[in-house]
Design a protein around this ligand. Sequence first.
Ligand code: A3P
Length: 279
Amino acid sequence: GIDLHSRITYPNGESVKKLPDALIIGVKKCGTRALLEFLRIHPDVRAAGSEVHFFDKFYHKGFEWYRDKMPSTTEGQITMEKTPSYWVTRSAPKRVYAMNPSVKLLAVVRDPVTRAISDYTQSASKRPSLPRFEDLALVNSTVGWGGVRWSVVDASWGPVRLGVYARPLRRWLRRFPRGRLLLINGERLVSEPAKEMARVQDFLGLKRVITEKHFYFNSTKGFPCLLKPDSKSTPHCLGKTKGRSHPHIDPVAIERLRDFYRPFNERFYQLSGINFGWP
Ligand code: A3P
C-alpha cells in the first residue's frame, strides 16, 4: 500500500499526483460546477475535471486508484475534486475521514424549492415524456370545491428529498468539526460571485486571486461568466447544461413545497449556524 500521509518532495519543480486536500461534496444542482470552475482560475488550485465518484461508487478500487485520477500538482498547489453525490452517501464521511482527517470540505446549498425544480429540469431534458413537476412533487390530488389539489408533498421523490439538507449535514458533522466544512450560498454565488469566492479562498488558505475582475454578468445567459484578465483566452460561460430555463410551476405547488421545507430549513440553519433566509 501507500503511505497516505507521507511528505512529498518536489525536487526541481517536479509535479506529482496527491490525494485531494479539499473536496466539493455537494449539493447536486446548487452550483457545484460553477464553484469548481471558478476555483480553477486560481493558479494554486488543480482539480479533476470530471466527477470521480470515489467515495460512493469506486471506493473498492482503493486510494492508489483515486490518487491516479487526480491532476499533477507542483509544490504549493492544492488538489481538489467535486462529486455532489458524496453529500448524501451515508458511508462517505467515514471514508473521507479515513483518507485524511484534516481534509477541507465545501458544500454549495441553495433554496431547496429552486434546487428541486433545477433537478427536475435536468431529468426532463433527458426524458421529455416526464410528467409535470407538480404531479411528481405532490400527491393526493383531490380536485373539488375550491380546487384543493396536491395536498401532500412526496418527500420520497429524489428532487424533493435532496433538498432536506439537515440530515446529511448532521452526518458530516458527526465526523468533522464545523470549521472544516464551508457552506457556500448558491444564490450569492450567482449574485455576488467574487464575494463568495473570497470566502472560499480564505477557507482554503489561498491568496485572494479570484476577484471582481474575473467575472462579468452575461445578460443573455442570466449568470455570471468568466474573464481571465491575465490570459488571452476569451470570456466564457458554463456550458448549456448549466443555467437552464425552468418551466413555470403552479404557485400553489410552490407554496406547498415552501411549507414542507420550512421546518427542515430551520433545523439546517440551527445546525449550520447560518440563516440562509430561504422564502
Ligand atoms: P440551473 O441549470 O437549473 O439553473 P450543479 O453544477 O451543481 O449541477 O448546479 C447547476 C446550477 O448552478 C444551475 O442550475 C445554476 O442555477 C447554478 N449556477 C450557479 N452559478 C452559475 C453560473 N455562473 N453559470 C451557470 N449556472 C450557474
